[in-house]
Design a protein around this ligand. Structure first.
Ligand code: C5P
Length: 399
């Protein structure tokens, strides 16, 4: 892993939180791995670690103020923002995340973040309530949709005495996230088609048949594939999620729209069909159905096309077709039958008894031609990263 960092320059912004002292260990680790670290300390960061310690470990001058004439004369802040291969913010405090998400430039750190044209990795650390606050989560979603990588903090006991997510991740996890920024792009040149979210089948102009799919898992997979270099077409049902960076999104409403959008996206090397497609559609009334009529009109249902089966048996079948199977019982046998019936190479099976829809975590099993693997309960993002890496490994074995 350190090989990725060898010879790289990293602009490290240290924010003002109790975890700032761990940034010193990060500087040392990066130095050992052969990276040059240009340290920037916020005014509040300087309350937790001294510029002297940071400078001594980095072997570089520490920048803290936008208004230091000597520093600006040596290297202006715009130049500094682009001098590195990667910008790392560690620890990223709630305030730093908020100001960066809002595009503010009111100190050296936020000005550099706004001016840089380099990838940015944020490593947050804060109190659990501050982390879980809707405002922080909204800021993180904004930053991610702006293309910034925000590392998931660790769970555990905090300096403030509370317990939960918000702890600065351990050093190896931070180093792995940095290495991933310099990692190769094994899916470069591959086109991936991903479906996500529910479909809505109209009953009349104001009502529809739908389901609880949030689209989170499919969007995370689209993002993870794009991160590994794939060109991604994401066909999304009606969901309220930001489009992941580098992904081409096609919004659809019904199963038939989704099938047409998938057809139009071919050829593709990879298809990952995560959408919870409605199995049936209703005959749509041209006007709103009124409850004052003598008896409720029965819904006349017609089966929708099976998009996964269509792709799995298509003349332009992608080299790797992955389906999802949400089951409430007999998970593996049902998923295995689905794999055969739909012509999928792999099925990601999940037990939805405990409410996976809308949640941020997922317990999946991967079914391939050689058997089933239990991946345990993980964050949907972690499932996405693992699946994307597995897909990359598959293509590395079958170029
Ligand atoms: O049969 P079931 O709906 O459980 O199959 C789930 C898998 O099939 C998912 O990958 C889903 O995206 C896909 N599917 C589809 N079109 C349908 C129904 C399901 O692509 N009409």
């Amino acid at each position: 892993m350190p090989a990725f960092v060898q010879g790289k320059t990293i602009l490290l912004i240290v924010g003002g939180g109790i975890a700032a002292f761990k940034a010193l260990e990060l500087v040392r680790e990066l130095g050992r791995a052969g990276a040059r670290v240009l340290p920037v300390l916020t005014e509040n960061g300087a309350r937790f670690v001294t510029p002297l310690s940071l400078s001594a470990l980095a072997g570089e001058k520490v920048r803290t103020s936008l208004w230091d004439l000597e520093d600006e004369a040596a290297m202006g802040h715009i130049q500094l923002s682009r001098a590195a291969d990667l910008v790392v913010v560690c620890p990223a405090t709630a305030s730093l995340l908020a100001r960066a998400a809002a595009g503010m430039a009111d100190d050296m750190a936020t000005t550099l973040l706004l001016a840089t044209d380099k990838p940015v990795l944020m490593v947050p650390a804060m109190n659990v309530r501050m982390w879980l606050h809707a405002a922080t989560q909204r800021n993180i979603a904004t930053l991610r949709s702006d293309g910034i990588t925000v590392v998931q903090p660790d769970d555990g006991a905090m300096a403030c005495g509370e317990f939960g997510p918000g702890r600065l991740p351990e050093l190896p996890k931070i180093m792995a996230a940095i290495a991933a920024q310099f990692g190769s792009k094994p899916l470069l040149g591959r086109h991936a088609l991903v479906t996500a979210g529910p479909t809505h089948e109209p009953i009349d102009p104001v009502r529809f048949i739908g389901n609880h799919s949030s689209g989170k898992q499919g969007f995370a997979i689209a993002a993870a594939l794009a991160h590994l270099g794939a060109r991604v077409t994401l066909v999304a049902g009606p969901v309220h999620l930001p489009t992941p960076a580098g992904v081409t999104r096609v919004d659809v409403m019904t199963a038939r729209d989704m099938a047409a959008a998938c057809e139009a996206a071919l050829p593709a090397d990879i298809a990952v069909m995560v959408a919870a497609v409605a199995d049936w559609r209703a005959e749509t009334a041209p006007q709103k159905l009124k409850k004052d009529s003598s008896a409720p009109a029965p819904l006349v249902l017609t089966e929708n096309p099976d998009i996964l089966a269509g792709i799995g048996h298509h003349a332009q079948r992608p080299a790797l077709v992955v389906g999802f199977a949400a089951e409430t019982h007999d998970l593996i046998p049902h998923a295995a039958a689905k794999r055969n019936r739909k012509g999928a190479d792999w099925i990601v099976a999940n037990d939805v008894t405990d409410g996976v829809f809308g949640s941020d975590s997922n317990h999946v099993h991967l079914l391939t031609a050689t058997g089933a693997e239990d991946w345990g309960a993980q964050a949907k993002q972690a499932v996405a990263t693992s699946l994307a890496q597995r897909i990359a490994a598959h293509f590395a074995g079958h170029p």
